[in-house]
Design a protein around this ligand. Structure first.
Ligand code: ZN
Length: 165
């Protein structure tokens, strides 16, 4: 059975619930957007839920950040299709939604109040963008990627036998 994730910002202006088949916080993203907007330890952890089940309280306190991403090769800037939502009162990063994958929503584990299961191993991604002072704590069976991992969040959960029907 899917797990209901209950999330909130620090000041309480925004709270939300969403159903998740993939609640293991195993994916640590060190990209500049994640670590600056949601990653005090040098990374953010993205979960995944079913966007159709997302219920929001306090919607008018929600801010929207669409990052500009510069192409290293051409120098051209593009606005990311990822919509990063945060509380305008306290600044807590809450979730990411991308219209390219309309069925999904990616809450930040840091915003979740539900007790999450502990992942048996973790995936470290976007390591080429990590801050120089960050020493990733890489476990013996963890996977590491300079950019995106090969497996989606769904594929990883299914492969590990951790997908919740
Ligand atoms: Zn708040």
């Amino acid at each position: 059975m899917a797990l209901e994730l209950v999330g909130s910002c620090r000041c309480g202006a925004v709270s939300f619930t969403v159903q998740s088949h993939t609640p293991y916080p195993y994916q640590l993203c060190y990209c500049t957007i994640c670590r600056k907007t949601a990653g005090g330890g040098g990374f953010a952890i993205n979960l995944m839920g079913d966007s159709a089940t997302l219920k929001i309280t306090g919607e008018r306190s929600l801010g929207l950040y669409s990052a500009q991403i510069r192409d290293d090769a051409t120098g051209a800037c593009e606005t990311s299709s990822g919509q990063r939502r945060f509380c305008m009162g306290c600044g807590s990063a809450l979730w990411l939604y991308d219209s390219q994958w309309p069925d999904l929503v990616h809450p930040f584990a840091s915003a979740i109040d539900t007790d999450l299961p502990v992942p048996p191993r973790r995936t470290h991604l976007m390591l080429r963008y990590k801050a120089s002072w960050v020493l990733p704590a890489i476990g013996p069976t963890d996977l590491c990627f300079d950019e995106y991992p090969e497996q989606s969040i769904e594929q990883w959960h299914r492969q590990q036998g951790l997908w919740l029907d």
